[in-house]
Design a binder for this molecule. Structure first.
Ligand SMILES: NC(=O)c1ccc[n+]([C@@H]2O[C@H](COP(=O)([O-])OP(=O)(O)OC[C@H]3O[C@@H](n4cnc5c(N)ncnc54)[C@H](O)[C@@H]3O)[C@@H](O)[C@H]2O)c1
Length: 315
């Protein structure tokens, strides 16, 4: 007897597939809905034999078609790496807007809980540091990254409107840079880019002078945070991320400690690239008793295993 039926849009993606695993392990049935535009079937292949797991290949922006009861809708569908959303600008706007409305409508129809995967990008290039949930952001509405940032801002507004208008039981999380073994090696995210470059014997690409900061959260910590937001959180946004801040240059040094010295090639900083990004997670700590546990070294070692696999470097 399953406890709940959970719909996860973007379930074949990096974070979505880890959520599928977690909810199945916790005794739920899971329907993953994904159009595979940036995800991979291989992320959930190992789950396909599980009778409580279904993968439906579908574009969430074209509507959702789900029979039977649903207790929880987790809306994770969206290109997420800058490389992907810059290549898919209109699809990103559409899934953040129409796709989010479709997922909210499903939750409303089924009387289900709804959780939106929003992002630290809604803070833009922040003028407040670290960023609290109350910070309203410094976002360009016309720069190349706006397709992602503004789509997520719309998605948050839509989620709050469903809560206010229909009493839908909603949650919003703002995810800060998360990494783990299922990230694709070439989608432009810095952790996997450095690991893949080191494994291929290529120089590290650093954009700008490498002094811009990021905080890196291991995916298992994020998944635990998501479960706690669902079970114990309220309807206002929660920052979920690792508050420990590193410069990109420090990250490069950590990867070199694992894989040996590499050359560095510097490139110009892309438009609207934030200089600093660090979550204030006091709200999650206080309400959910949550904070990340996995240290960067351990997370990098686990991620390295996945990247070796993706690059075909293990038999
Ligand atoms: N990983 C991070 O660091 C991070 C940070 C902030 C926010 N997020 C958010 O978390 C979610 C998952 O990100 P991820 O890192 O796993 O990225 P991902 O690209 O691995 O996963 C996104 C998934 O959504 C699917 N998808 C995209 N558009 C779709 C559509 N129209 N219909 C159906 N499926 C669609 C993709 O095929 C993919 O499987 C995204 O909403 C992203 O904005 C992630």
């Amino acid at each position: 007897m399953v406890k709940d039926r959970v719909v996860i849009t973007g379930g074949a993606g990096f974070v979505g597939s880890s959520l599928c695993e977690r909810f199945l392990a916790d005794g739920h049935a899971v329907l993953a809905v994904d159009n595979l535009c940036t995800g991979r079937t291989s992320n959930v292949e190992h789950l396909l034999q599980n009778p409580n797991f279904t993968l439906q290949i579908r574009d969430v922006s074209e509507g959702l078609d789900v029979d039977g009861p649903v207790g929880t809708v987790l809306h994770f569908a969206s290109p997420a790496s800058p490389f992907d959303y810059l290549a898919l600008p209109l699809e990103t706007l559409k899934v953040g807007s129409v796709g989010t409305l479709n997922a909210l409508e499903l939750a409303k129809m089924k009387g289900a809980r709804f959780l939106l995967a929003s992002t630290s990008e809604i803070y833009g290039d922040p003028l407040e540091h670290p960023q609290r949930e109350s910070y309203l952001g410094n976002v360009s509405s016309i720069g190349p990254r706006s397709v992602y940032d503004e789509a997520k801002r719309f998605a948050e507004a839509a989620t709050m409107a469903y809560r206010r208008s229909f009493g839908t039981n909603t949650r919003i999380i703002r995810i800060f840079n998360t990494y783990g073994p299922r990230l694709k090696p070439d989608d432009g995210r810095v952790v996997t880019a450095f690991l893949a470059q080191a494994l291929r014997g290529q120089p590290f690409s650093i954009f700008g002078d490498g002094q811009q900061t990021r905080s890196f959260c291991y995916v298992d910590d994020l998944v635990e945070g998501i479960v706690r937001v669902l079970d114990r959180g309220d309807g206002m946004p929660y920052n979920l991320g690792n508050p420990h801040e590193f410069t990109i240059m420090e990250l490069a040094e950590r990867v070199q400690e694992l894989l040996g010295p590499q050359r560095i090639v510097y490139h110009p900083l892309p438009a609207d690239d934030p200089k600093q990004r660090q979550p204030d997670i006091s709200r999650a700590k206080r309400d959910l008793d949550w904070e990340p546990k996995v240290q960067l070294r351990e997370g990098l070692e686990k991620t390295l295993v996945g990247i070796r696999h993706s690059l075909g470097l293990v038999p």
